[in-house]
Ligand binder design. Structure first.
Ligand code: ZN
Length: 127
């Protein structure tokens, strides 16, 4: 692992990560601006806000729950381009799942819930 610059490689055994890459990866990579992640406006930073303090559940019963750092690690692995978890750590308001992420993940069978949130765009709409 010593030769990996910027972060860990992709983990093909993590089914949530694979689904996230299929559903959102292209968009996350498309507006990856080095050094600009903390604006909370790039797709990748919005994905961080959608993972922090949020539980994701699959229709088959699987559940995915990531720490702030693990979420950043996973996003960096998907975006690549020399990014690491610090590029995404606390890069957006959380927990907030924008509708484009909720819809994209729904096509992969994943839905989300939180213990508590006042700011989640998707949950607000559902209320
Ligand atoms: Zn929500």
């Amino acid at each position: 692992m010593g030769g990996v610059v910027g972060g860990r490689p992709r983990d093909p055994d993590d089914l949530f990560e694979a689904a996230l890459d299929r559903a959102c990866g292209e968009k996350m990579r498309s507006d990856c601006v080095p050094g600009a992640h903390h604006a909370g406006k790039t797709a990748a930073s919005q994905v961080w806000g959608a993972l922090a303090n949020t539980k994701w559940s699959h229709v088959n019963g699987d559940a995915a729950w990531y720490s702030f750092r693990a979420a950043g690690d996973m996003i960096a692995a998907i975006v690549g381009n020399g990014t690491d978890y610090m590029d995404y750590y606390c890069s957006a308001m959380y927990p907030n799942v924008p509708e484009w992420i909720a819809k994209a993940m729904e096509t992969e069978g994943w839905s989300h819930s939180h213990d508590d949130t006042e700011i989640c765009s998707s949950c607000k709409k559902a209320r």
